[in-house]
Design a protein around this ligand. Structure first.
Ligand code: AHR
Length: 308
């Protein structure tokens, strides 16, 4: 349409085809594979070209991938940082090359916020608070002590730091709750199982609650609990985060109590934001993904409707 072209100029009229480099954390969980698919599909469905790199949960791989995107002169970089710190230099290199960076899912702990355009992701502290609030209500009648073991996510990652912080903020308001063991399970089933086995070996029957920073670790831990001879969700209350299908299946089987939703399907929203940026719109620095919480009694009914 010539009218709008003359009014808006070339840039504002049509969204151009972009080359987008996407540096993803890894493939550590059900959540992550759903997130990767959602972002990859949204980029290619919108007609853009995708360059994808899986960091296998290693920061050095991400730094290399971003440098390679810069050398290849991509138009934009989508970046889900494995850990929060240590990315200043490479982000500055992207800025110097005039390549806008969009943080997806996880944020960085970097003072200069001009190093990225916007951060689209969940509020992990709030997820931790939701887990804490659920537990406080669920065990309102318990006198205590309530002994909690915690399976943390990847050390130094935003979701591990924030989910711990939010959860502790709530449970520390009552003396009866105590985290007796806390260790990383790296967000994987295998590590979740292994660490839970160690927790059971040292504290066995004393464990009342498991708070796992994601469902995959909770599912691994459920196996460990069964093998140890205890009944998951009865002898040990089990809280996970993500709301992946595997958690709904475990809840429908009566083996897990609750999962706090962390929605990975924000690919289309992310691509909209990238296009808006290239159309000259200015974006908020922080954009949140909306999410909920699901308990065991809702699992059977909702399982068929879950998309990830
Ligand atoms: O950053 C989001 C977290 O990363 C998810 O909760 C977890 O499953 C994933 O590995």
């Amino acid at each position: 349409d010539t009218d709008s072209e003359s009014e808006e100029g070339e840039q504002g009229s049509e969204s151009e085809q972009l080359v987008i480099g996407f540096s993803q954390v890894g493939a550590e969980s059900e959540w992550r594979t759903a997130n990767t698919k959602s972002i990859q599909n949204a980029i290619t469905d919108a007609g853009h070209e995708l360059k994808f790199s899986d960091a296998q949960q290693k920061q050095e791989n991400q730094i290399k991938a971003i440098r390679s995107f810069i050398t290849q002169k991509v138009d934009a970089i989508v970046f889900s940082p494995v850990v929060e710190t240590g990315f200043e230099t490479v982000l500055q290199e992207a800025k110097d090359a005039d390549i806008p960076v969009f943080l997806a899912d996880r944020s960085v702990d970097v003072e200069d916020d001009s190093l990225w355009v916007t951060f689209l992701g969940s509020d992990f502290v709030e997820e931790g608070r939701k887990a804490g609030n659920w537990l406080v209500e669920e065990l309102a009648e318990e006198e205590g002590p309530v002994n909690i073991v915690e399976l943390q996510g990847t050390v130094g990652s935003a979701p591990a730091i924030d989910r711990k912080e939010g959860f502790e903020e709530i449970i520390n308001q009552e003396d009866k709750f105590e985290i007796i063991k806390s260790q990383t399970g790296d967000f994987t089933r295998a590590k979740g199982k292994e660490v839970m086995e160690a927790f059971l070996k040292s504290d066995g029957e004393n464990i009342d609650v498991l708070y796992a920073h994601n469902d995959d670790m909770a599912i691994g831990a459920i196996q460990a609990i069964e093998e140890f001879g205890l009944i998951p969700a009865e002898d040990i209350t089990i809280i996970g985060v993500d709301a992946v299908k595997g958690a709904f299946e475990a809840m429908a089987d009566g083996k897990m109590n609750v999962t706090i939703e962390c929605n990975p399907l924000f690919g289309p929203q992310l691509v909209d934001l990238i296009e808006q940026h290239f159309e000259g719109e200015s974006l908020d620095k922080r954009i949140a993904v909306e999410e909920s919480m699901y308990t065991m009694d809702q699992a059977e009914e909702l399982l068929p409707t879950r998309e990830y």
